[in-house]
Design a protein around this ligand. Structure first.
Ligand code: CA
Length: 234
């Protein structure tokens, strides 16, 4: 089945170029030129990934993602004209899966789309997700890798792709300390394209989600100057 990609981009020339590149790669596409129609489209039909411009006429892409994330974990790739690192980290902290800085090559964007789709599909999960189930205490963590869902103390976590990948890495080896490089290598498709701070941003987000369920527990331990580990014996 062809993946359906929603393109939210107000510049028609850019939207056209993306649409052409994606359809050449075997995707179905939908294009909207503002943010307003996006939530209804998501509710009405299957959308496998959203390409979301940050600078939209009616709402910022970041604000729109916050709305989308209330109901959906659909993967999102941001398009941004501002290359500043703050924008990147903020975008990913909100639960984006990747970003591309304008100007960009539509073919490169299509390759990113395919990488994110690969990661979000159970039959071709990332290498780290290909081995056996995590051995962590089943009563605390419940993992369904096929559905990419993890429950913590009985409550399903709403995780972005990278948060999910990171938590899976931890759950396979509770207690093991992972450096940021190791986490990036195991949870990201293109480790070189990102930075250490991105790992920190996702860990911060992950902790907040776990704390929302059990404020008394802090399952992710920081080992200063080394990295992070999952607390054993919860
Ligand atoms: Ca724009």
């Amino acid at each position: 089945m062809k993946p359906t990609i929603l393109i939210v981009e107000d510049e028609p020339a850019i939207a056209d170029a993306i649409q052409y590149a994606l359809e050449t790669e075997g995707c179905d596409t939908l294009v909207v030129f503002s943010g307003a129609p996006a939530p209804a489209l998501l509710a009405e039909q299957r959308i496998d990934l959203i390409i979301l411009d940050v600078g939209l006429p009616d709402i910022s892409g970041f604000e729109l993602l916050k709305l989308i994330r209330r109901d959906s974990t659909v993967p999102v790739i941001f398009l941004t004209a501002r290359a500043s690192e703050i924008d990147r980290v903020v975008g990913l902290e909100l639960g984006g899966d990747d970003y591309v800085v304008k100007p960009f090559s539509p073919r490169e964007l299509a390759a990113r789309v395919k990488a994110v789709l690969r990661r979000s599909r159970p039959e071709s999960a990332p290498p780290a997700a290909a081995s056996s189930s995590p051995s962590a205490a089943a009563s605390v963590w419940r993992v369904d890798e096929g559905r990419r869902s993890i429950a913590f103390h009985g409550e399903a976590l709403e995780l972005s792709r990278y948060e999910f990948n990171l938590l899976i890495v931890f759950l396979r080896k509770p207690g093991q300390v992972f450096s940021r490089d190791q986490l990036m290598a195991q949870a990201w498709d293109e480790p070189d394209a990102s930075m250490d701070r991105t790992v920190d941003a996702h860990i911060k987000n992950l902790r907040a989600k776990l704390r929302a369920i059990r404020p008394d527990l802090d399952p992710i331990l920081t080992h200063r100057g080394v990295g992070y580990a999952l607390r054993e014996g919860l």
